[in-house]
Design a protein around this ligand. Structure first.
Ligand SMILES: O=c1[nH]c(=O)c2[nH]c(=O)[nH]c2[nH]1
Length: 309
């Protein structure tokens, strides 16, 4: 006997952007890539070729567009995702869980002679703001719960000094030389949980949610960059932990945070064959950026021992 262990479906890579025209003549603009997946009493589509319970993925895509037009939360991806998820589980009696992931592309207001322009924007960074929400009605439509995870993806940073790596395990496999001054470069991925403390989540609970997700995101980006720049790093591991500590200290609404930091190596090539000294630490000025392999350092810091990401 076999059985269908997981049945989940929806639309991925729904690209949507939205202008909000403000009464003062300024415009806001957001661009999202959405994945919206549904779960519920839908198994017969898999097991019996019966599509009668299936909200077409095309309709799910249409719903994303309609909500981009109508949701009052469209400029804040966390609340927008919660609004969308809530819609799916509230509208369809047989849909018990909605998972909505959003990747926000960066459009920052252009500064013209020191002044933020009213309606012009620039892609001034490849990093993405990420959101992952689950709206869960498996315990009934009057007992909906929600989880919300924010994050940063692909924030590329590099520093040219104040990074070391010494006093690690030396054995017969070790060829790495300890360094007290090296390049440290990483591409920051992090996710943090923002608990939605409602046991009957609905439109009113969403409207009453007093969590400033924009401020949290700005704080996490700022802490990440500031710590990266100013912490005299003994290792990627140590810098990562300091980032987590500060995010949790500064943001009461964040329950836990997890960073994944590649250590993107820069190797000083030997130029002695032509009489040039290019050896670490002090004489190394020319480096070969190495695509692969990279180190990969993960750390998850929680307020309590049991939190899960
Ligand atoms: O910051 C670092 N952490 C490591 O675990 C490690 N391992 C390594 O080879 N270089 C580094 N650098």
């Amino acid at each position: 006997m076999v059985h269908l262990a997981t049945a989940k479906y929806g639309k991925d890579k729904v690209r949507v952007s939205r202008i909000v025209r403000n009464s003062d003549g300024t415009h806001d603009f957001v661009e999202y890539i959405i994945r919206a997946l549904l779960e519920g009493d839908v198994e017969r589509a898999w097991t019996h070729s019966d599509n009668s319970s299936i909200v077409a993925t095309d309709s799910i895509k249409n719903t994303c567009n309609v909500f981009a037009k109508t949701s009052p939360y469209v400029l804040q991806p966390e609340k927008f995702a919660l609004d969308l998820g809530l819609h799916f589980v509230s509208t369809y009696s047989h849909i018990h869980r909605a998972c909505v992931d959003i990747v926000q592309l960066k459009w920052s207001r252009i500064n013209v002679k020191g002044k933020a322009h009213k309606h012009s924007f620039v892609r001034d960074g490849d990093e993405k703001r990420t959101v992952s929400v689950v709206v869960d009605a498996t315990k009934g439509k009057k007992a909906i719960t929600a989880t919300c995870q924010g994050g940063i993806s692909g924030l590329l940073c590099l520093k040219t000094t104040e990074s070391q790596f010494e006093n690690y395990v030396f054995d017969k496999f070790t060829t790495l030389k300890p360094v007290d001054d090296r390049i440290f470069s990483t591409s920051v991925d992090c996710v943090y949980n923002v608990p939605i403390r409602s046991s009957s989540f609905n439109k009113d609970a969403l409207a009453g949610l007093r969590i400033d997700f924009d401020a949290i995101y700005r704080s996490v980006v700022e802490t990440t960059l500031e710590t990266f720049a100013t912490h005299n790093s003994a290792s990627v591991q140590a810098t990562l932990y300091i980032m987590c500590e500060k995010v949790l200290r500064d943001n009461a609404d964040v329950a836990d945070i997890k960073y994944e930091l590649p250590n993107k190596h820069y190797i000083a090539p030997d130029l002695s064959y032509i009489g040039l000294k290019n050896t670490e630490p002090k004489d190394a000025e020319v480096f070969t950026p190495v695509d692969a392999p990279s180190g990969y350092i993960i750390g998850h810091v929680t307020r309590d021992a049991k939190a899960k990401l």
